[in-house]
Design a protein around this ligand. Structure first.
Ligand SMILES: Nc1ncnc2c1ncn2[C@@H]1O[C@H](COP(=O)(O)OP(=O)(O)OP(=O)(O)O)[C@@H](O)[C@H]1O
Length: 191
């Protein structure tokens, strides 16, 4: 894996006519993880979209070195295809290697993506992320909809990614059980 880096310099986030977050800076190197914390509506998803390059910061800038993959509530898999086919299709496009992370999807490979339950959809999204080969993972509420077992499996997959030199940014209002985790509360970055 090429050395990755993700850094934010004095970022401000505006949505509509409201500034949500200001003066947010960090610098993440291989193996590091950041938890963006804060209550509903504070701007966690908006910051993730800025880091992904999908939303322009009102101020400041982001520097990325390495490929980036995003997992959020929008499942990036074709709803009408069987899950196994949908994952294989994107794995060919994304060009990643087969992942060892187990999201318990083996028995669901013939089920159309659109029929998956909330937790199964979340696991499918994480499986696509894990198979992408991207060094930088952006995860927006990765534990939402997951039971205790699969919540722990998702966090184990993040730890395995870090152990291989990957970077993870996790936006979540829930506590996380990751090692050496840096936490930034967006409550400390209100305008
Ligand atoms: N396109 C938009 N235009 C204007 N306001 C928006 C837009 N998208 C989101 N917002 C507002 O920005 C604020 C932050 O939303 P965001 O989804 O980033 O918060 P969050 O911290 O991720 O919340 P949650 O924990 O509920 O997912 C909310 O008040 C939301 O209504």
């Amino acid at each position: 894996m090429q050395p990755a880096r993700l850094a934010a310099y004095d970022i401000a986030c505006r949505r509509g006519d409201r500034v949500l977050v200001r003066a947010l800076s960090f610098d993440l190197k291989p193996g590091e993880a950041l938890h963006l914390a804060g209550p509903n509506g504070i701007g966690k998803s908006s910051v993730i979209r800025i880091l992904a390059g999908l939303l322009r910061p009102a101020w400041g800038h982001v520097e990325r070195e390495g490929a980036l993959a995003l997992s959020d509530e929008r499942l990036a898999l074709d709803a009408h295809r069987p899950l196994g086919e949908a994952l294989a299709f994107w794995q060919r496009i994304d060009g990643g290697e087969a992942t060892r992370a187990d999201f318990g999807l083996e028995n669901l490979r013939d089920v159309p993506v659109g029929y998956l339950s909330t937790g199964q959809r979340k696991r499918a999204g994480l499986a696509r992320l894990a198979a992408s080969g991207a060094q930088i993972w952006l995860l927006d509420e990765p534990l939402n909809g997951l039971d205790t077992h699969w919540g722990a499996a998702a966090q184990a997959a993040i730890e395995a990614h870090r152990a291989m030199g990957g970077i993870a940014v996790i936006a979540s209002h829930q506590p996380l059980g990751l090692q050496r985790l840096r936490t930034i509360s967006l409550l400390e970055h209100l305008p």
